[in-house]
Ligand binder design. Structure first.
Ligand SMILES: CC(C)(COP(=O)(O)OP(=O)(O)OC[C@H]1O[C@@H](n2cnc3c(N)ncnc32)[C@H](O)[C@@H]1OP(=O)(O)O)[C@@H](O)C(=O)NCCC(=O)NCCS
Length: 170
């Protein structure tokens, strides 16, 4: 299992992996049309390429014998919270394929992204996590994040309650 920084050439791989892992984790929550529209808009290869090239985001791929097994994404914070400062960063997505979860791989991906985030010198790192994703919340709390807010996240016509977590970096 290796972790490497993704490039625009990985956009198709990231798109396929992120669609699979989102559906695995959250697919049961949404109507089929909402899910399809959301995935097409947010997880398209062109979106990943643009996020890496233009929007200052960074992604890492975990590969199991060459097969995409997990990924993490980080970039400038876009969460709707009044205390977000210029230069603050966001841990945006962290996913490991279900059959590989609970083996420490998520923690390794997380550490890789946090190292990059810390090197960017933000005052705070932020993330959004679904209010009912208790396992992920426990994971983030163990790694120094705490809840500081809430917002509604749109997936098609659905509105999910998301918790905003923050970790101070200075
Ligand atoms: C969250 C996630 C990346 C952690 O990766 P991992 O390789 O399973 O994690 P590790 O083995 O390093 O650490 C295990 C911890 O992850 C969390 N976790 C385990 N399974 C989980 C699951 N199905 N969903 C969410 N979190 C989970 C738990 O906190 C667990 O620790 P515990 O012993 O307290 O239960 C991974 O479980 C995952 O991809 N989950 C589904 C996607 C997701 O919810 N991502 C977060 C979106 S904000």
């Amino acid at each position: 299992m290796i972790i490497r920084r993704a490039t625009a050439a990985d956009a198709e791989t990231l798109s396929a992996l992120s669609r699979d892992t989102f559906v695995e984790t959250f697919g049961h929550l949404y109507a089929a049309a909402d899910l399809r529209d959301y995935l097409d808009a947010s997880y398209a290869p062109a979106r990943y390429a643009a996020q890496m090239d233009e929007q200052g985001c960074a992604l890492w791929l975990m590969e199991d014998d060459g097969k995409a097994a997990g990924y993490v994404m980080a970039g400038p914070c876009k969460l709707p919270h009044a205390d977000v400062q210029p230069g603050d960063m966001e841990l945006m997505r962290l996913y490991v394929r279900r059959e590989l979860q609970n083996g420490g791989h998520g923690a390794r991906l997380f550490a890789q992204a946090m190292e990059w985030i810390a090197a960017n010198g933000p005052k705070s790192c932020w993330l959004g996590v679904w209010s009912e994703n208790i396992g992920a919340q426990r994971f983030y709390q163990r790694h120094g994040f705490g809840k500081v807010g809430e917002y509604l996240y749109e997936v098609g016509t659905a509105r999910d309650l998301e918790f905003i977590f923050r970790r101070n970096m200075v």
